[in-house]
Every structure is written in C-alpha cells, then in structure tokens.
Design a protein around this ligand. Structure first.
Ligand SMILES: Nc1nc2c(ncn2[C@@H]2O[C@H](COP(=O)(O)OP(=O)(O)OP(=O)(O)O)[C@@H](O)[C@H]2O)c(=O)[nH]1
Ligand SMILES: [Mg+2]
Length: 387
C-alpha cells in the first residue's frame, strides 16, 4: 500500500523510523480539524494581512511616483534670474526668510553697491564724463578713495565709505555715466540700492535687508544646488546651476535626471552686446539634447519689467537690425523675442511652454509656479499611465 522507496527515513542503526507519507496524512488531518474549528477565519486573516501589505506597497509606490513629481533643472545665462526664482519659491512654498537669513544678505548687498559704484567710476573715467556742475578734482579724490578700498563679498561699510558713495551718487557726472550703462554691464539693481543708500534706509550700522532688497541682490551661483518645495501637495526638487561659462559644462550632466527643463532668459539684456544672442545659442544647444525631448521644456522670458523700462530710452533695433517693429514698442519687442526663441526649435520640435516673467514679483511667480507644476504633473501622470 505504501511505497517506501525514497521517502524512508532510517535510524542510525539502519532501521526504518518513519516515512513522509504518514507525516503528510497526519498533517492533512490536523489542518482539516483546524479549519473545521474556524481556522479558516485565522487563515483568511493571515492571507488578508499578506495581501494588505502587498497592496499597500503597490499603492505607496504609485503614490510616491505621484508625489515625487518634479525634478526641475533651471538653466540660463548668468544673471538671467534662476536664483531669484528659487528665492521666490522659498517665500511662497516654504517659511520665507527669517531675520537672521535676511541679515546674512547685508554684506552681499554692500558688496553689490560697492561694485556698482566702482564700475560707474571706471566708466566715467573711460568715457571722460565731466559735468560742469561737478568739482572734478574733488570728485577724483572721492573716487580714488573708493577704488582703494579692500572689498570682498563679506564686506561691511564704514562711515567714510558710506558717505563717499552717497556723495558720488549725488554728482552729475556719475549720474550721466549711469545713463550710459548699456555700454557696460552694470547690475540691474544698482539704482535701487544707491537710492536706498541716499535715503538712509540702507545704513552702515544695523541694516536688516527687506525681502525686496534680497530679491534684488546679486551673487553669482557657483556649484550646483538643490532646493525642495511642496507645490499643491506634490514634491518638487529644483536644481540651480550657475550660468557663467565656467559652470555651463555642468548643465548637460543634470538633464538626464530632470523631469522638466526650465530655461530662463533675461529679455532686458538686448542692449548688452551679444548677451541675448548668446542666450539664443545656448537655448538651441539645450533643445538639441536628447534628454530634453523626453520631458516638458519651459521657457521663461524674464525681466519683462526692466525690458519695458529700458525700451523707453534704448531702441531695440540697435543690436537687432533684423527687427522691423517699433524700436520702442514693448508688445512688438516681446513677441519678436518670443518668436526668435521658438523659431530655434526647428530640428528638435519639442513642445515648449513659454511665459513672460518678472522674477522679482512674488505674485507673478506664484502663477508661474502654479502653471509649471500643472504641466509637470500632467506630463508625469501620462508617463506613468495614471491618466
Ligand atoms: N528687475 C528685475 N530684476 C531681476 C529679475 N530677475 C532677476 N533679477 C535680478 O537680476 C540679478 C541676477 O539674478 P540671479 O537670480 O542672481 O541670476 P542667476 O540666473 O541666478 O545668475 P547666475 O547664478 O550667475 O547664473 C539679481 O540682481 C536679480 O535681482 C526681474 O524679473 N526683474
Ligand atoms: Mg544664481
């Protein structure tokens, strides 16, 4: 009745101890008894727990995918506004800036003011600007004093430097030089800071920068930095990379990990030699990267406020002879810049989402973040076939 061929278990002395078959029969009987006594409930519960864990795991993975929606890489030429955009994200989606954090910007702002005035002095001399109502020898003395200062980005003004800058900014020759700023690369916020210095709001003692002050300050980004924000309940990581030539090599390394590329252009650079054309060149180069074809590409044409202001004085066609619209017409220039960038998309045919922005305006950036996060969410939902 029972075959003893393979299942035999032998005692050390060679005698048969037991075979598998009776063991299996015994276990079957035991289990039958167990289930007849309500064991099914226990077994069901156990199976349920097992399934629960499995389902939970699957749901969690899906939710995680849903939540970790964005890794946005911010690209653009130096000074286009990448870091300013991230400051806005901190204001809108995080706790903003504490008093301590605001205070930490003071030396950078002092440095910005010093560097701006230095550039004005150098160019006043270069263009031999000497207005009649200035005492030029006295002006030169003030300028020499300032140029001899040992200044770095941890700089703190002393009273003499502070007073010297105020006197220089009040002079007609320096003001005249400021009007010619498109001939040299003066930082955008120079006038704002120099006026605040003369008003006494920016002082050399106890100065705590306002949020507006820190949005206007300029510190070129070095290494790649990552910033995390939750927008509409979803997690986004923004990668900020310096736009300086020396940093641009890192751009392409960041693209494979991105779920969206955000290219920022400083529209008000149209009068700064070839800077706007250079931005177009790098925009085209970025578009042609294989990785960019796989995710949304957002184009932010930034500094629209400055563009409008500048156009009143400096005609657009000076540097762009191919532009045939009104030289001071803001709307026409805006659409020309937009068309110029979009026309570079001939080869790659990527879907580009363009926006005009003012990165220093929190309300404007709030709506841009909202739109950009929507684009990424929709794209990722499609990618994970949730939609
Ligand atoms: N008026 C105005 N100024 C802006 C705007 N966006 C940025 N800026 C100013 O432009 C300057 C440069 O901005 P950043 O954000 O440092 O530029 P970036 O792209 O991070 O520059 P890098 O780090 O050198 O690549 C700062 O002084 C900003 O305040 C804007 O929309 N309007
Ligand atoms: Mg930066």
């Amino acid at each position: 009745m029972v075959s003893f061929s393979k299942e035999h278990i032998y005692r050390p002395d060679g005698g048969l101890l037991v075979t598998w078959v009776p063991v299996v029969i015994f276990l079957r009987l035991l289990l039958a008894r167990f289930f007849s006594m309500g064991g099914f409930k226990v077994a069901g519960a156990l199976r349920g727990v097992w399934l629960d864990v499995d389902v939970k795991k699957r749901v969690e993975t899906k939710t995680k995918k849903k939540k970790e929606f964005g890794k946005v890489v911010l690209l653009g030429m130096e000074g286009s506004g990448k870091t300013t955009i991230l400051k806005q994200a901190k204001i809108i989606y995080s706790k903003g800036f504490s008093t301590l954090e605001l205070t930490e910007f003071a030396p950078i702002i002092f440095y910005n003011i010093y560097e701006s005035m230095k550039l004005l002095i150098i160019n006043r001399r270069k263009f031999c600007i000497a207005e009649k109502d200035d005492d030029i020898s006295q002006l030169c003395e003030l300028e020499d004093f300032l140029l001899m200062q040992d200044v770095n980005d941890h700089y703190q003004f002393n009273e003499k430097t502070y007073q010297t800058i105020i006197r220089l900014w009040a002079s007609s020759s320096i003001k005249k030089c400021y009007e010619m700023r498109s001939k040299f690369n003066l930082m955008d916020s120079a006038e704002y800071y120099l006026n605040a210095l003369c008003d006494g709001r920016i002082n050399f003692t106890g100065y705590i920068p306002s949020v507006k002050d820190i949005l206007k300050c300029r510190l070129p980004s070095g290494d790649l930095s990552r910033h995390n924000f939750t927008i509409k309940g979803r997690h986004f990581e923004f990668v900020d990379i310096g736009g300086h030539r020396s940093q641009r090599i890192k751009w392409m390394h960041c693209l494979p990990e991105a779920t969206a590329t955000c290219f920022i252009v400083s529209a008000s650079d149209y009068d700064q030699g070839n800077r706007l054309r250079e931005a177009m060149y790098f925009f085209e180069e970025t578009l042609n990267q294989e990785f960019c074809k796989e995710h949304p590409f957002i184009l932010l044409i930034n500094k629209i406020d400055l563009l409008k202001k500048k156009l009143k004085v400096i005609p657009f066609n000076e540097n762009f002879p191919e532009y045939k619209g009104g030289p001071h017409n803001f709307e026409e220039v805006q659409s020309f810049i937009l068309r110029s960038f979009l026309s570079l998309n001939v080869n790659s045919k990527i879907l580009i989402y363009p926006y005009f922005t003012r990165a220093i305006d929190t309300d404007c950036m709030k709506s841009i973040f909202y739109a950009v996060s929507n684009i990424i969410v929709k794209n990722n939902l499609k990618k994970y076939s949730i939609l």
